[in-house]
Design a protein around this ligand. Structure first.
Ligand SMILES: Nc1ncnc2c1ncn2[C@@H]1O[C@H](COP(=O)(O)OP(=O)(O)O)[C@@H](O)[C@H]1O
Ligand SMILES: [Mg+2]
Length: 355
């Protein structure tokens, strides 16, 4: 747990109570009609002050919609949410004072301005008192490790640097709660590690962080607790260890394969003892991960089922948070989980494929 949560009257920094959100869409041109998409169907959870809380789930699970209801960008269709006891729908301005919001991607910064001028601009916009601006900006530049680079134009910044600048922007008004929606999307592995350090450092300041990510290792390393959502509902909540304990009784095989077709997964999943089979497409390689009940020695049978496929290294390992995630999403029956990362996301982001 974090060392020194900020003092606050309320017991929880974030409370979501039976949140629902339906989008109404107009479709068709000749004969327009309304269709409804229910993105969030009854989500409840609480986050304690100072906690680093992860929201995980496949594309379209409802993570961003949930965050947007918590940070006042969207009104819930029903249900309530509070930030430090303030209702997001009724005390909107009080909530906004207490929160910061950073989303993945590069938009939202002024390319032709330096990082320093961007922060000065946003400090004005967010009403940061002029007499504290200088010190605040200097402190934030240091905190996100951009000190020394602050006079360079943002157009020359790497994705990771932009993302750290976004975090500094989100922290300008010293919020109690920071929402980070897929901050590491499209960021290279080294920059992603720096970004994780920046996020981990936030804890020392007592800031409550709600983070969504596609990267399980990131969630495992950073989060005190994790909620897994799929199809707009909460599927599991707990510490990374608690979630992993769900798959502790499983064996996991990682098999390097070349040119394996998704269609070949079905017969693998049908093998007795196989609990799931997922395929991760990495940069120039594929990894097939097969989960089975502990003690079922599937090694040979899986290799037989792969006859005709070029196979590289085969590794038997302990279940990871990612395996727990796959199992949870699979139980939710979210087949869309296999759609893979959306356009613009980094290769290697693994999403679950339901067995
Ligand atoms: N503005 C919108 N209008 C209509 N449908 C939307 C809108 N935003 C999201 N959705 C739909 O709501 C569902 C949840 O989306 P989202 O909350 O963005 O999921 P996630 O962030 O987990 O990928 C998806 O089916 C998505 O297509
Ligand atoms: Mg999203």
């Amino acid at each position: 747990m974090p060392a020194q949560p900020r003092p606050s009257g309320a017991e929880y920094a974030i409370e979501a109570e039976d949140l629902h959100r339906t989008y109404s869409l107009r479709t068709g041109w000749l004969r327009p009609r309304r269709t409804e998409v229910t993105a969030v169907r009854g989500i409840s959870f609480q986050v304690r002050p100072g906690e680093l809380f992860g929201l995980l789930g496949p594309n379209g699970a409802g993570k961003s919609t949930t965050i947007k209801m918590l940070n006042t960008l969207l009104l819930p269709t029903s249900g309530t949410a509070r930030i430090h006891g303030h209702d997001v729908a009724r005390d909107t301005s009080e909530v906004r004072r207490r929160i910061g919001y950073v989303f993945g991607g590069d938009r939202g910064l002024y390319e032709r301005l330096s990082a320093l001028d961007n922060l000065r601009y946003f400090a004005e916009l967010y009403g940061v008192e002029p007499r504290v601006q200088r010190a605040r900006i200097a402190e934030l530049l240091e905190r996100v490790s951009l000190n020394g680079r602050e006079n360079e134009r943002v157009e020359g910044y790497s994705r990771g640097m932009r993302q750290r600048l976004h975090i500094a922007r989100g922290l300008l008004h010293d919020p109690d709660v920071l929402f980070l929606d897929e901050p590491s999307i499209g960021v290279d592995p080294v920059a992603a590690r720096d970004l994780r350090e920046t996020v981990a450092d936030l804890r020392a300041t007592g800031t409550t962080v709600l983070l969504t990510t596609h990267y399980m290792a990131e969630a495992d390393e950073l989060c005190d607790r994790i909620a897994v959502i799929a199809k707009g509902t909460l599927q599991a909540i707990g510490t990374p260890e608690e979630l992993k304990s769900r798959v502790r009784t499983r064996d996991v095989l990682d098999i390097e394969v070349f040119g394996l077709d998704e269609a070949r997964l079905a017969p693998l999943r049908a093998l007795p003892g196989v609990l799931s089979a997922t395929l991760e497409e990495g940069a120039g390689r594929q990894t097939l991960t097969v989960q089975s009940a502990r003690g079922t020695d599937l090694h040979q049978r899986v290799l037989n089922a792969l006859s005709g496929v070029r196979v590289g290294r085969v590794v038997s390992r302990e279940p990871s948070l990612e395996d727990a995630y796959v199992a949870i999403v699979e139980e939710a029956g979210d087949r869309s989980a296999g759609d893979g990362p959306a356009a613009g996301e980094a290769p290697g982001a693994r999403t679950a494929v339901a067995a």
